[in-house]
Ligand binder design. Structure first.
Ligand SMILES: C[S@@+](CC[C@H](N)C(=O)[O-])C[C@H]1O[C@@H](n2cnc3c(N)ncnc32)[C@H](O)[C@@H]1O
Length: 294
């Protein structure tokens, strides 16, 4: 039986029918003018400012609220943000945005992350590239929008999710050069920093030698998380979040996930003795975060 793109978890790909995916508004945009549009978007973002307040008044919370407005958080208060944004590819929670509207949303959230990060703070974004006809290099567009917001690129991790393609038969023309298609085994973790490539303040790191040696390599092999097990359409594994948190933050730092989903980043932060903050707009997932954090 032919498979279809799934709105929950990852689908198998056997005689795959991708018509639903290609009918999405993601493919309705004018790609050649996208660079200009993204540069324009970054200029239009409204800046807000929130004064300092006592730490315990705003940390260790999941805000069931859009991350486009994080006015619960003071300026320059967060050391690390790690997230996987909605990919706009047809998961249960995805709106069907065109590429301009999608990056307008990412820019509004990115501007808020920039505001709340301390100088030397990091924003690590997990993203996958999409489609094949044409291939949409989402990571390239994230570079354009986020450097436009002021972030400095500091590196890129390839998250290798599996060694083999498992059940994916989406190879295009079988044993023929007519139209072979690549089957992705990886996603990206784009590492951005604010203002400074090193943290101006000292702190306690809890990464051991083995972890440091492997996490400073640019390919991370971490098995994916099961959507069914977690109860969210696209969770990343706690191990992935833990590796990012240990490498890029000190103990007792504040760690933010602006698209918290099932709360994986917050769970890892709590386990590792960091303060956490999550933003999530779907009330059911906010409840799930609460359960997992307990
Ligand atoms: C890819 S999922 C994150 C999954 C998460 N990393 C985990 O491990 O469970 C993206 C999440 O962003 C949420 N979301 C979408 N738009 C949002 C917004 N404007 N503000 C906050 N959350 C949003 C979606 O509901 C979805 O749960």
């Amino acid at each position: 039986m032919a498979t279809k793109t799934s709105s929950f978890g990852s689908s198998k790909r056997e005689a795959h029918d991708s018509s639903v995916f290609y009918a999405r508004n993601l493919y309705s945009g004018d790609f050649p003018s996208l660079h200009r549009l993204l540069a324009e978007l970054c200029k239009q973002i409204k800046k807000r400012s929130v004064p300092a307040k006592p730490l315990h008044d705003w940390v260790n919370r999941i805000y069931c609220h859009t991350a486009e407005d994080m006015s619960h958080l003071p300026d320059e208060s967060v050391a690390l943000a790690f997230t996987s944004p909605p990919y706009n590819s047809g998961k249960d929670y995805d709106e069907d945005l065109d590429i301009g509207a999608y990056f307008a949303l990412m820019s509004r959230v990115g501007a808020e992350v920039y505001r709340v990060l301390k100088p030397g703070g990091r924003y690590v974004i997990n993203i996958a590239n999409l489609g094949r006809k044409p291939y949409i290099p989402m990571h390239a567009y994230f570079y354009i929008t986020h450097t436009g917001l002021g972030f400095l690129p500091a590196g890129e991790i390839i998250w290798q999710k599996s060694k083999g393609a498992n059940s994916s038969c989406a190879w295009g023309s079988w044993l023929s050069a007519k139209a072979p298609r690549l089957r992705d085994l990886h996603e990206y973790l784009l590492v951005f920093v604010k203002d400074d490539f090193s943290r101006p303040e000292k702190g306690t790191s809890d990464i051991n030698k083995e972890e440091f040696m492997s996490s400073t390599l640019s390919i991370w092999e971490v098995p994916p998380e099961s959507a069914k097990k977690v109860g969210h359409p696209a969770p990343f594994p706690v191990e992935l979040a833990s590796r990012v948190i240990k490498l890029y933050s000190y103990v007792d730092d504040v760690v933010l996930d602006p698209f918290a989903g099932s709360g994986t980043t917050c769970v890892a932060a709590k386990k590792l003795g960091r303060y956490y903050i999550g933003y999530e707009i779907v009330p059911e997932y906010c409840d799930l975060c609460g359960v997992r954090l307990e």
